[in-house]
Write a protein that binds this ligand. Structure first.
Ligand SMILES: Cc1cc2nc3c(=O)[nH]c(=O)nc-3n(C[C@H](O)[C@H](O)[C@H](O)COP(=O)(O)O)c2cc1C
Length: 337
C-alpha cells in the first residue's frame, strides 16, 4: 500500500498533514506542545493573548476555565495550571520563543485585542518573537444596541488592514458564525489582507442557576454534531475567497476531518476532543484518514480537498435554502406527519 500524501498548504505554510491543534490550554505550555507534536500535530495554535491581560484587567476566561475544569474532572489532567493559561505579554512572548525553539512544526500565535493600538503593537511583538503566523481572534459579543453591523464590520476591516500593514507574517482571522452576510464579509476581510479564515469560533454560552439565580459561566466541550455549521460554510467559501480555510468546532473523528477536507478546508483544527482524550488522539485521526483514503485510492489530500464543495457538487442548492424544503419533505414522508 502506498501511503497517501497528507500534506497541505495553510497560510503559505507547507504542513505534513491537515491536523492542527487549535488554541486551548493544551497548547499553553511546552509540555502540551511537545505532546501534540509527538502525536503528529502538523502545526499548533497557541492560546490567545487577550488584551485585557495586557492592561491588567480582570480575566474573565480565568473564571470560565476554573468552572470548566471543575466540571470536567476527566479533562483536568490535560489542563496546565490555570495561572499559566492567561499570561501577560512577556510570558506570552516567552512561550512563542520557547515553542519555536522546541518544536519543528509551525507555531501560530493568537491575539484577541480590544483597542486598535493594542492589536497592532502586540501583533508586531508576536512577529518579533518568531511566530510563523498570527491568528486574530475576533471574539466579541456585539451586545451594544448602538453598534450596527456595518460599523462593526468596518472596524474589523480596519483592524485587518492595520495589522496587515504592521506585520509580514501570514494573518488568519478566527470568526464567529454570527454575520448577516458571511460570504460577503469574509471576502471583504480577505481583500483587506487576511491570508486565512478560521471557521468558527465557539462562544461560551452562560447558563442560569435556578437555585441561586446566578449566571453560570459554562465551558462545555463540543460534539461532532456541531460540525455541520463550519462544514456548510467551508463548502460555500471554498474557491470563492482567496484565502486558506481552517475548520474548527466539532471535529472529533477521522470522519469529521475527511468531511471538512472534502468541503474544502485546508486544515482541520481540534481542541475539545484533545482535551477530553489527550493529544494521542491525533494519531487515531491520522490513521483513520489514511485508511479511508487508501481504501478509495486517493493519492493525496490535495486530490480530495474541495471535491464536495458547493462549487464542485452537482446540486449546489444542497448547501442552501432549497435543501431545507427537501429535507422537510423527506422527514414528513418518513414519519407521515
Ligand atoms: C478550554 C478552552 C480554551 C480555549 N481557548 C481559546 C483561546 O484562547 N483562543 C481561541 O481562539 N480559541 C480558544 N478556544 C477555542 C478552540 O480553539 C476551538 O476553536 C473551539 O473549542 C472549537 O473547536 P472544538 O470543537 O475542537 O473544541 C478554547 C477552547 C477551549 C475548550
Amino acid at each position: 500500500m502506498t501511503m497517501p500524501d497528507l500534506s497541505t498548504d495553510y497560510l503559505g505554510l507547507r504542513l505534513r498533514t491537515p491536523l492542527v491543534a487549535s488554541s486551548s490550554p493544551l497548547t499553553g505550555d511546552l509540555d502540551g506542545l511537545r505532546r501534540l507534536e509527538d502525536a503528529g500535530a502538523s502545526a499548533v495554535v497557541l492560546p490567545s493573548l487577550f488584551e485585557e491581560q495586557i492592561t491588567g484587567e480582570a480575566m474573565e476566561i480565568d473564571d470560565l476555565l476554573e468552572t470548566g475544569a471543575e466540571s470536567f474532572a476527566e479533562a483536568l489532567n490535560y489542563f496546565p495550571e490555570l495561572d499559566d493559561y492567561s499570561t501577560g505579554p512577556e510570558r506570552y512572548l516567552g512561550l512563542v520563543q520557547k515553542a519555536k525553539a522546541a518544536l519543528g512544526i509551525p507555531v501560530i500565535a493568537s491575539l484577541n485585542g480590544t483597542s486598535p493600538g493594542g492589536w497592532i503593537e502586540h501583533a508586531k511583538l508576536i512577529e518579533e518573537a518568531g511566530a510563523d503566523a498570527i491568528e486574530l481572534n475576533l471574539y466579541l459579543i456585539a451586545a451594544d444596541p448602538d453598534l450596527s453591523a456595518t460599523d462593526l464590520e468596518a472596524r474589523y476591516a480596519e483592524l485587518v488592514r492595520s495589522v496587515r500593514g504592521a506585520v509580514r507574517i501570514p494573518i488568519a482571522l478566527k470568526l464567529a458564525p454570527f454575520f448577516t452576510t458571511l460570504a460577503h464579509t469574509a471576502r471583504q476581510l480577505v481583500e483587506e489582507g487576511a491570508d486565512g479564515l478560521v471557521l468558527f469560533n465557539r462562544f461560551y454560552q452562560p447558563d442560569l442557576d435556578l437555585e441561586t439565580l446566578e449566571v453560570l459561566p459554562r465551558i462545555a466541550f463540543s460534539s461532532s454534531d456541531e460540525l455541520r455549521l463550519p462544514l456548510r460554510w467551508i463548502a460555500i467559501l471554498h474557491g470563492r475567497v482567496r484565502a486558506s480555510l481552517a475548520a474548527t468546532t466539532g471535529i472529533h473523528t477521522a470522519a469529521d476531518v475527511l468531511k471538512v477536507l472534502l468541503a474544502g478546508a485546508d486544515v482541520a483544527m481540534t481542541a475539545s476532543v484533545l482535551l477530553q482524550l489527550g493529544p494521542a488522539h491525533l494519531r487515531r485521526l491520522e490513521q483513520g484518514i489514511v485508511e479511508w483514503m487508501s481504501e478509495r485510492e486517493y493519492a493525496s489530500v490535495r486530490q480530495l480537498k474541495g471535491s464536495v464543495s458547493q462549487k464542485a457538487v452537482a446540486d449546489p442548492t444542497a448547501f442552501e435554502r432549497a435543501n431545507y424544503m427537501r429535507t422537510l419533505k423527506s422527514y414528513s414522508s418518513r414519519f407521515r406527519i
